[in-house]
Each structure stands twice: as structure tokens, then as C-alpha cells.
Design a protein around this ligand. Structure first.
Ligand SMILES: Nc1ncnc2c1ncn2[C@@H]1O[C@H](COP(=O)(O)OP(=O)(O)OP(=O)(O)O)[C@@H](O)[C@H]1O
Length: 627
């Protein structure tokens, strides 16, 4: 079993490989030329022994030196032509296999970009990386080299056999007798190779997952002094990977010599039976020599057949893993919307006005519980029952009957204890998830009716965890903009209070960030993420606890700037800090997914309920911090 969900029954090897055929289509002419070269080269190779046969028989019949030299010349030309053809077939077919691998990788990547958060919850990055690299490599080996060797084997063997029959049908029949065992060997061992290679790839996925998590979590590993323990875990996984590889290697060790042995048996039979035919005068000396060479020529294709079977079986196992990505569908969010939003009104100018945001009786729970087992495999509880056979329980409600409406240009704040559902509420607006009940509307249009791209173009989303790319600061802030001009970037960084930070960086906007922005502080990262959202001049801004790592003073300055900058835009802000939300037009207090209080800051303070408790707790914290 691989590192993640096995939702479907295993796909037969042939069906998996058939999915490669459309990828050959753009290169069909090169493929035809490549395979033509293979066939021609195999034909020329089969001509050489018959020339030798003629040479030997001619010499015995007393031919002149000139005749023999001419024959040698023809053999030389044939050998050179065969060599040139073999070179061009390799060049053509191997480069096509590289292209197919690239095309397949592009298709997978673009498919991955359409999948939703529920799908990603079931997969580990290391496993995905393994499929995008190692498995695609195995598919490439079948797409090019294995196809080439298979065609070479078939035609090489066919031509050799025709020539052998021409020398002696009886000797051919006897020599080929041991090869009856070939299909049995191929089928039996082929299936085993498939299964063992699947086990190898699955182990490799676990290894990469462990490496990836360790490398990205290197600080935590060090802080908890887990270097040795992690190394030990990695070594254990490495040993398992090695063991799986050894099981596969043993098969290889049996397969290639096994195929060779069948041909060798044919050789032994030839010596005996062929020698007798020669003595009886039923075969010429030249024919006997040429027959021996043809049989030797058959040996290599037969060994190659073992190897080719091996490559195809590996590729089928890998292609099945690759298809799990290529055929993946978003689990909860479908992009089928065709509606359009009305032209926005209000704000500083009509083009940049906000949108009304409305939740109507929204209830939401995460689609399905994910079971993560000890070996790190995440399984979909919907496909696998619990150990006692009972179907898995549904996940609990995260939001329950949430309704509110925020007018275009308004600011809505959402507060609540940790885990109360604030982020979940935010995640429904860009449609990272869809609610099971109720509707989310933008300017009165159900967001499920909008194309996802059009919906997200309206939004500036700043998540709780600011994720930056390992590109320059400027590229990070201008991310997703068609033409990120300097003025726009400067304006956004001004609001996010990031000017001084950028000025202090060695190359300003051109400073390259480390992986996930590792060379910035938590607060700087959050402000960069905020600037990125603002640079798009979105009509609706979603700040999901986006300033939690920024100190209270800077936060106040940012919020002050934001109020001016966001004039006319709609904003939704979640925060743990009451100071961040007190100026909002409307405040919702969430508790366990339900709205328990709402109103303006003053109204809620007068109410003296949950909001007041939060406020008092925060004031206490601030007093402690100040002390
Ligand atoms: N992918 C997920 N699958 C299942 N449950 C989840 C998932 N993400 C979050 N939850 C659960 O949903 C609940 C609400 O989480 P949410 O992140 O919305 O809370 P929050 O109010 O934003 O909390 P915080 O202030 O700590 O960020 C939590 O109980 C959490 O355990």
C-alpha cells in the first residue's frame, strides 16, 4: 500500500499503460521514424550472418579472393548502416520518452492546481514529490527504452528465425523448443515484478515524506533534540526501502539469466542435432556457422525481453500511482459556475467598490475525517471502515447556522476563542471548502454559481500562516499580478508598514527570500503577505488573524492605514485581539461554530457577555505584557 489513499481497486497493468498512448500522439511521426529504424536495423543485423554463410560456403567451393573481399565490403557497409540506424532510433525514441515525461508532469501539475483543500488533506507532500519524480522516471523508461527494446526483440527474433528456418526447419524447431517456457516465465515473473516494484515505490514515498517533513521542520527537530531519533527513524525507513529493493533485485537476478538460459539450451541442442545434420550433409558448413550466430543473436533479445518485461511492469505500477494524481477530482468544491457579478458600486470609484458579503444559514463541517495511521499513510475514512467494521462517524459541525450580511464597503470583525471556527468561516469565502448547508453570497450571487477564478479575483486573502515563496520580496508582493508596477508595490507596502523593513534589506525589493520566507521575522512575513493581498486592490479583503505576529503598536498603525486604504472595499477581519476589531462596523462573536453575540464594539461592551470577557482577558494580558 502506498503512502496515501487507495480509494480505487488496483488498476490492471495494461489499462494503466494504455493511458500513455495519447501522449505519443504529438510525436507520432518521430515515433514512426524511430520504430522504422529499429526494424530496419534488426533486419540488417540479420543479413550479416547469411553473408558470412555465403562467404564460408564460397570459400569451401573455391571462390576467388576478390569475391570474398566484395562480400566483406558488403558486410561492412551493412554493419555501418545498422549502426547508424541504431544510433538514430535511440536518439529519436529516448528524446520522445523525455518529452512524454515532461508532458505528463505538466498535466499532473496543472491537475494538482485544480484540487481543493479537502483533497490535499489526504496527501503528504513527500509522497506527491515521489510520484512527480521517481514514478515518472519509471514511466519514461517504459515509454522510450522499453518500447524500443521490445520492437527490437520482436523483429530481431522474427528475422533471425526466418533465416534459421531457411537454413534448416528441423534444426530451428529443435533449437526453439526450450523457448516454449518463455511466456510462462514472462507472465509469472512479470506480475511479481509489478507487485514488488509497487512496494519499492511505496517505501520510497514514505522515505521522501519523512525527509521532507524533517527538513522543513529542522528547527523543531533540533529544539526537541530529536536528531538521533529522527535519524534512527530515517534509517529504519531506509532499511525497509533497501529490503524492498533487494526483493526486486532477486527477481531481476532470476529473470535475465532465466531468459538467457532458455536460449543457451537452444545452443546446446544446436551443437548436437546441428552437428549431426552437418555430418549427414543436410546442412552446409556455412549454414551451420550462420545458424550458430543466429541463435546467439536470439539470446540477447531474449535477455532483453526479461528486462523489457521488467520495465513495463515497473512502469505500470508507477503509472497507476501517477494516475491517482492525474485522475484526481476536487472532493468538495466543483468549478462549474458561469454567473457573473454585477458591476461594483460605491467606494472611491465605481471600479474599486466593495461587494456585499452574506452568509445565509451556513453550516459547515470538514468533508470527511482523515485517518492517519502509524506508517504515516492518510486514509479516507469513507472508503475504509473502522477496525470493528463499523462505518466511520461523520465529522462534527464546525459552523452552525451562521447568518450575517455585510454591506459593500463595510468592515466585519469576527472574534471568538481558539477553535471557535473563525478560520473555517473565512475559508468558505474563497471556496477552499463549500458549506453543506446554506449559502454564501457576494453581491447577492451564490458564490457556487461563479467561476472560481472570477470569485477569487475579487478577494485579497491573508491567511493565518503567511506563506512566502523563495523569490524576491517584490515578486512575492506582486504575486498573481499581471503587471506589478513599482508604484502599486510601494503603495501596498506603505499600508502594511513594511517600508522600513524593505529599506533595511540588502537589495530592497530585489532581496531574495529563503524557503517560505525563512529570512524574515514572523511579523515581517505577515506584513509581506498583507502587502501581497493589498497590491491586487481587491474588492473584498479577508484578514484571517493576519497580524497576530505583529506587535500591538504596529498593528494599530497598520489598521489605521488600512481604514483609509480600504475605503469603499469590504473587509472581514478575524483576530484574537479586541484592539484589532473594535472599530469594525459590525462584530460577530463565535462560540463553537455559532454566533453567540453581535453588534458594534459599544453595543457588545454594554451587553457585558462573551465579548466583554474576551476584552477583559486581553486587557489583562496587555497589562501583564506592559509590566
Ligand atoms: N482540515 C481540518 N479537518 C478537520 N477539522 C479541522 C480542520 N481544520 C480545522 N479543524 C477544526 O475545526 C475547528 C475550527 O477551526 P478554526 O481554525 O476555524 O478555528 P479558529 O477559530 O480560527 O481558531 P484559532 O483562533 O486558533 O485560529 C477546530 O476545532 C479545528 O480542530
Amino acid at each position: 500500500m502506498n503512502g496515501t489513499t487507495r480509494a480505487l481497486p488496483p488498476m490492471p497493468a495494461r489499462r494503466a499503460l494504455r493511458r500513455l498512448l495519447p501522449y505519443y500522439h504529438p510525436y507520432r511521426w518521430q515515433v514512426a521514424c524511430g520504430l522504422g529504424s529499429v526494424v530496419l536495423a534488426a533486419f540488417l543485423a540479420s543479413v550479416i550472418p547469411s553473408l558470412l554463410q555465403r562467404g564460408v560456403d564460397d570459400i569451401r567451393a573455391g571462390a576467388t579472393v576478390n569475391t570474398i573481399l566484395r562480400l566483406g565490403g558488403v558486410m561492412l557497409i551493412t554493419a555501418v548502416a545498422s549502426g547508424v540506424l541504431r544510433f538514430s532510433m535511440r536518439l529519436l525514441l529516448n528524446s520522445i520518452s523525455r518529452r512524454i515525461e515532461t508532458d505528463l508532469r505538466h498535466d499532473i501539475f496543472s491537475r494538482l492546481s485544480t484540487l481543493d483543500a479537502s483533497w490535499y488533506a489526504r496527501w503528504r507532500t513527500g509522497d506527491l514529490m515521489a510520484r512527480l519524480t521517481n514514478d515518472l522516471g519509471a514511466v519514461r523508461m517504459a515509454a522510450g527504452p522499453a518500447v524500443m527494446y521490445l520492437v527490437n526483440t520482436i523483429f530481431g527474433a522474427l528475422f533471425a528465425m526466418i533465416m534459421m528456418v531457411r537454413i534448416s526447419p528441423l534444426l530451428t524447431a529443435v533449437a526453439l523448443l526450450p523457448m516454449i517456457g518463455l511466456p510462462i516465465l514472462m507472465l509469472r515473473l512479470g506480475r511479481l515484478v509489478h507487485d514488488r516494484f509497487e512496494a519499492v515505490q511505496s517505501q520510497f514515498s514514505q522515505l521522501t515524506t519523512r525527509a521532507q517533513e524533517n527538513l522543513s521542520g529542522v528547527r523543531v527537530v533540533r529544539a526537541y533534540r530529536q536528531e538521533q531519533a529522527e535519524t534512527a527513524r530515517f534509517v529504519t525507513l531506509g532499511d525497509k526501502y533497501l529490503a524492498a529493493n533487494m526483493r526486486l533485485a532477486k527477481l531481476n537476478g532470476v529473470m535475465n539469466p532465466g531468459f538467457g538460459l532458455l536460449a543457451g539450451l537452444g545452443g546446446a541442442v544446436t551443437i548436437g542435432v546441428g552437428g549431426r545434420l552437418l555430418i549427414q550433409g543436410n546442412v552446409t558448413v556455412g549454414g551451420y556457422v550462420a545458424f550458430g550466430i543466429y541463435l546467439a543473436q536470439l539470446t540477447w533479445p531474449l535477455i532483453a525481453l526479461g528486462w523489457t518485461t521488467n520495465l513495463f511492469q515497473r512502469a505500470a505500477a508507477s503509472m497507476t500511482r501517477v494516475l491517482e494524481l492525474l485522475d484526481a477530482k476536487p472532493l468538495s468544491v466543483q468549478d462549474t459556475g458561469v454567473a457573473s457579478l454585477p458591476v461594483a458600486v460605491g467606494g472611491t470609484d465605481a471600479q474599486q467598490g466593495g461587494r456585499t458579503v452574506e452568509f445565509r444559514h451556513v453550516s459547515f463541517r470538514y468533508p470527511r475525517p482523515v485517518i492517519v495511521s502509524e506508517d504515516g499513510a492518510a486514509r479516507d475514512a469513507n472508503y475504509e471502515h473502522t477496525p470493528d467494521g463499523a462505518p466511520p462517524a461523520e465529522s462534527r459541525w464546525i459552523l452552525r447556522d451562521v447568518s450575517f450580511r455585510i454591506a459593500a464597503g463595510g468592515t466585519l470583525a469576527i472574534v471568538g476563542a481558539t477553535g471557535s471556527g473563525k478560520s473555517a468561516l473565512m475559508d468558505l469565502i474563497p471556496r477552499f471548502f463549500d458549506p453543506q448547508e446554506g449559502q454564501v453570497l457576494l453581491d447577492g450571487v451564490d458564490i457556487r454559481e461563479l467561476p472560481i477564478g472570477a470569485l477569487r479575483a475579487e478577494l485579497g486573502y491573508v491567511p493565518q500562516e503567511a506563506l512566502l515563496f523563495s523569490e524576491t520580496v517584490g515578486e512575492n508582493i506582486g504575486y498573481g499580478l499581471e503587471a506589478p508596477d513599482r508604484e502599486r508595490l510601494e503603495h501596498a507596502t506603505g499600508i502594511a508598514q513594511l517600508r522600513d523593513t524593505i529599506a533595511s534589506l540588502p537589495s530592497g525589493f530585489e532581496t531574495r527570500l529563503g524557503e517560505r520566507g525563512i529570512n524574515l521575522s514572523g511579523g515581517q512575513k505577515q506584513r509581506t503577505a498583507l502587502a501581497r493581498a493589498l497590491a491586487r486592490s481587491p474588492r473584498v479583503v479577508l484578514l484571517d488573524d493576519a497580524l497576530s505576529a505583529v506587535d500591538t503598536q504596529t498593528e494599530a498603525a497598520i489598521l489605521h492605514e488600512l481604514r483609509t486604504a480600504l475605503q469603499g472595499r469590504t473587509a472581514l477581519i478575524t483576530s484574537h485581539r479586541v484592539s484589532a476589531v473594535r472599530d469594525a462596523d459590525h462584530i460577530l462573536v463565535l462560540d463553537d461554530g455559532r454566533i453567540v453575540e453581535q453588534g458594534t464594539h459599544e453595543e457588545l461592551v454594554r451587553l457585558g457577555g462573551r465579548y466583554t470577557q474576551l476584552l477583559q482577558r486581553q486587557q489583562l494580558l496587555e497589562a501583564i505584557e506592559a509590566a
